[in-house]
Structures are given as structure tokens and as C-alpha cells.
Write a protein that binds this ligand. Structure first.
Ligand SMILES: [Mn+2]
Length: 258
């Protein structure tokens, strides 16, 4: 079994760290064994808004739980934790986590390709900015602490509002914790992610399924899936993708404080 989550944003005030802690303690650590995989698909730590060490210290309990898991943990880097690339470069034999830019896994003959998803954002929305340039900006923002990080975040927030998808987007019909496919009102990034031409840009094989996060809009559409997020300002949050027998399922973790 493979469990995938992204966009936890530890260190951001809207992060639902309590629910995630509950998820790791009561689901991940009990359900996943040595043959399974837990994929952290980027923006797990949010370095843009804080001094890097602060979110790590504040969340050391859940981070330690992750380091102690008896399953295979993979950490795919996102734009908000892009600084992790530098750490990996400094310690090439980095051993605490399987830290990487992308990941390939197999489950029951189905092949999966994982990226955080900012790559799709750059291709769909930020041209003429190149991927390399975007990554350099992301890395700088990881060191920006509050000032630059906040400015950039606000700017991108404004841009997101301007791009707001149709009204239907807001009213997700929820049934049994599964989400309807948003294929009728996908934005450009999502349409690109679901098209086969994405393979040309990302180097995917014909039969590889793509899983990404970054947009905070969870969905499954044919061989493409988005993990969603764990931030309370997203319409749907605390979502994860569960892969069992090669099949992807979009799920929501229900957490009550009792
Ligand atoms: Mn992101």
C-alpha cells in the first residue's frame, strides 16, 4: 500500500497539525509496514513564512514520529520546502529521509510518478519564468523569513483570486468522503496535468500515473491524482491518496479533538 499526502505547511498558521498528528499516530503508524510506502509530496514544512528551524522545533513530536516509522518514507521537495535541496547537496549521503525532487513507485504492476506539482504551475502559468528560475526564487523565499515571504505570498494570493475557477468549484458535493471529479471546471494547470502531453514535459512513460499536490484542490481523474492539502483555508483539506492493488483512492482524514 502507498499513502500520499502533500501541502501540510507545518509552520503556517492555517496548518491543521493536530489532525495530521492524529493521522500519523492512528493511521500511518498502524497501517503501513516494511513493504508499504508513505510519500510526503512537498510543502510539508513551510519555510517561506518562518525561520526554518522554528516550524521544525514546534512540530518535533510529529516529525520524530515520521522518522521512527517502520515503513518506507519518501520526501519529495515542494516550493515551500525547496531549501531541503541545499541540505541534500551539502550531505550527499543524507540518510534520515529519502529526500528527492521526484519519485517512481510500483504497486501491483501499476506505475506511479510523483512530483510536488510546482513544475506544472510554472509550465501552465509562469512562462517566461523557467523551472530553474522558479526554483531559485523558491529557495530564496525559504530564507526570507517573514518579509519577502509574506510579500510574495500575498502577491500570489492575489493572482490566485484573479484566476478563481467557476462557482461550482466551491460547492464540492461530498459523498462517503469521496470527491467528484472536477473535470468540467478544471483550470489550465489541471487540464495540463490530466493530458497526455504532460508526459513530454515530465518524462513519463505511457502507462505511468501522475500524482501531485501544490494546488490544494484534491481530485482523481483517470490516471491523474491530486493529494490536496492539510491547511484549513482550502475548501477541502486533510485529504490523502491511498493506493492499494494498483488503484488510487482519494480519502479524507476525519479528526475530532475528543
Ligand atoms: Mn506548493
Amino acid at each position: 500500500m502507498i499513502i500520499v499526502i502533500s501541502d501540510l505547511h507545518l509552520g503556517y498558521e492555517e496548518c491543521d497539525a493536530a489532525a495530521f498528528n492524529d493521522f500519523v499516530q492512528n493511521y500511518i503508524s498502524t497501517k503501513l509496514g516494511t513493504k508499504d510506502h508513505f510519500v510526503l509530496l512537498g510543502d510539508i514544512l513551510d519555510f517561506w513564512r518562518r525561520k526554518n528551524i522554528d516550524p521544525m522545533l514546534e512540530n518535533q513530536s510529529v516529525l520524530t514520529k515520521i522518522l521512527n516509522l517502520k515503513t518506507n518514507v519518501h520526501y519529495v521537495i515542494g516550493n515551500h520546502d525547496y531549501y531541503m535541496v541545499k541540505i541534500k547537496e551539502r550531505f550527499p549521503e543524507y540518510r534520515s529521509l529519502d529526500l528527492r525532487r521526484y519519485l517512481r513507485l510500483k504497486d501491483n504492476n501499476s506505475k506511479f510518478f510523483f512530483i510536488h506539482g510546482y513544475e506544472l504551475d510554472v509550465l501552465a502559468n509562469y512562462e517566461p519564468l523557467t523551472l530553474d528560475e522558479y526554483e531559485r526564487i523558491s529557495e530564496t523565499l525559504c530564507r526570507a523569513e517573514n518579509i519577502l515571504g509574506k510579500i510574495m505570498n500575498n502577491l500570489w494570493g492575489v493572482k490566485k483570486k484573479l484566476q478563481k475557477p467557476p462557482e461550482e468549484r466551491k460547492s464540492w458535493r461530498r459523498r462517503k468522503g469521496v470527491f467528484p471529479s472536477p473535470m468540467n471546471h478544471m483550470n489550465k494547470l489541471e487540464r495540463f496535468s490530466c493530458s497526455k502531453v504532460r508526459n513530454i514535459f515530465l518524462g513519463l512513460e505511457k502507462d505511468e500515473k501522475l500524482i501531485f499536490g501544490h494546488t490544494h484542490n484534491p481530485f482523481i481523474h483517470e490516471d491523474t491524482a491530486n493529494t490536496g492539502s492539510w491547511v484549513k483555508d482550502a475548501p477541502q483539506h486533510n485529504t490523502y491518496i491511498r493506493i492499494d492493488d494498483g488503484e488510487m483512492e482519494l480519502c479524507k482524514w476525519k479528526y475530532s479533538k475528543s
